[in-house]
Design a protein around this ligand. Structure first.
Ligand SMILES: [Zn+2]
Ligand SMILES: [Zn+2]
Length: 421
């Protein structure tokens, strides 16, 4: 059996004291904690080259870590061996009569699959087998693309996580989990990808979650803004003052959170100081009159300050926002959700927002559970996909963690996305 030391697990009773040693005295970098709900434990990893130390903190009195620490005090808890195929490893060990705690793998921290070998079989040591999560390559590099006379620049405002089941609606996990592997809280990694369109003017379409999210929500959504829109703009040679127009596909927090920012003194002000902000008239009505089902997505602080600052323009279906750039109503996700078509020199790009949130959503029935009117989404997707294939649209996927844009190809009744960016 091929195996590597993955990590050594240490049970702690007093986390603050443990961090005072490992983080402050040893100076090791401690990753943000990860809750492993199934084991009622919070894991704090310190990555040391190819191996790690893991501080284990019980989250409930009946957790195995709490019982361990109660009986023996804090200390070494387990050694984890990384294996390539945990199912094969378990079958191999069972066949040799090795006593196992888990005969089948279960979800562990960081999206891994884990199983434990009984200490009696390993000479007094609790041994964990761990098959790491398949890596989703996260893509964040600002990338330019010429479309006729326009320049498109895809940017990143970081990454976040949403429930995989909610992201794929009626599609069972067995079908989507290989495309976007979920973590042990069933969340899948997602991108936040605003798009810059440069012609005579400079426009930004959507602006990610922004910087106003409170710590609790940021934890729930696994928000990772270590690299965010300001970094991306700088890398692209732009600043917030260069934006002439900020256009909203719709007013959900993960699309327009970055339209406003907290100024000194706590007042919320427009993020792009020179920009005219454009939203759809009826989407604005819905966002400012939320109901129980959509209230959590429409955070008033993201858009009401734009009205107060006098920088808001409301437009209708099909409006031309700047030459070649138009709203096109898809509905479905919200009643007035818009995709944005960008046309120049005979080429077409479409910023599809939450209609095709990721490239995995290209099959017509792969519709999000979040959508308020899923049958409208389905109807729009059917017609749109036909057009996109025939006319080779460049499609922008706002939430895909690894593909910013691609072209939909069809052969033998099967659709695939050819990655362009
Ligand atoms: Zn949305
Ligand atoms: Zn979204």
């Amino acid at each position: 059996m091929k195996a590597w030391i993955d990590h050594v697990g240490i049970a702690v009773q007093d986390l603050a004291q443990a961090l005072a040693f490992y983080a402050d005295v040893l100076g090791l970098h401690v990753e943000p904690p990860e809750e492993v709900a199934s084991q009622r434990v919070r894991a704090h990893f310190m990555h040391l080259g190819p191996s790690s130390l893991e501080l284990l903190e019980a989250t409930a009195p009946d957790s195995a870590i709490a019982k361990f620490a109660e009986k023996r005090g804090p200390g070494l808890h387990h050694v984890a061996l990384r294996v390539e195929d945990i199912d094969a490893a378990l079958a191999y060990l069972s066949a040799r009569g090795v006593r196992l705690i888990d005969t089948v793998a279960r979800p562990g921290a960081e999206g891994a699959r884990v199983a434990f070998i009984h200490p009696s079989a390993a000479h007094g040591v609790l041994v964990e087998l761990k098959e790491p999560a398949p890596k989703v390559g996260l893509f964040r590099t600002p990338t330019r693309h010429a479309l006729g006379g326009l320049e498109l620049i895809t940017l990143s405002d970081g990454f976040f996580r949403l429930d995989g089941g909610a992201m794929f609606g009626v599609v069972p996990r067995t079908l989507w989990e290989s495309r976007l592997p979920p973590d042990d809280r069933n969340r899948i990694p997602l991108g936040l990808r605003p798009l810059i369109v440069r012609g005579e003017q400079t426009m930004i379409i959507d602006a990610g979650c922004g910087d106003k999210m409170d710590a609790k929500s940021a934890e729930i959504y696994g928000l990772d803004r270590a690299y965010h829109l300001d970094h991306a703009l700088t890398e692209a040679g732009l600043g917030v003052e260069d934006i002439d127009i900020a256009l909203a596909s719709h007013l959900h927090f993960d699309h327009v959170g970055g339209f406003t920012t907290r100024a000194a003194g706590g007042r919320i002000v427009p993020r792009f100081p020179r920009a005219r902000y454009v939203a759809h008239r009826q989407e604005w009505e819905d966002a400012t009159h939320p109901h129980e089902r959509n209230r959590a997505s429409y955070l008033q602080e993201n858009f009401v300050p734009l009205l107060e600052a006098g920088v808001l323009t409301l437009v209708d279906d099909g409006a031309e926002i700047m030459p070649g750039v138009r709203y096109r109503r898809s509905g479905g996700h919200t009643a007035h959700h818009q995709v944005v078509t960008i046309e120049s020199g005979g080429a077409t790009a479409v910023f599809t927002a939450d209609m095709y949130p990721t490239a995995a959503h290209v099959p017509d029935p792969w519709v999000m559970g979040y959508d308020l009117y899923p049958m409208d989404t389905l109807g729009f997707k059917r017609a749109f996909a036909r057009e996109a294939v025939d006319r080779e649209y460049l499609i922008f996927f706002e939430h895909d963690p690894s593909i910013a844009a691609g072209v939909i190809r069809e052969s033998g009744g099967r659709r695939t996305v050819e990655r362009i960016i």
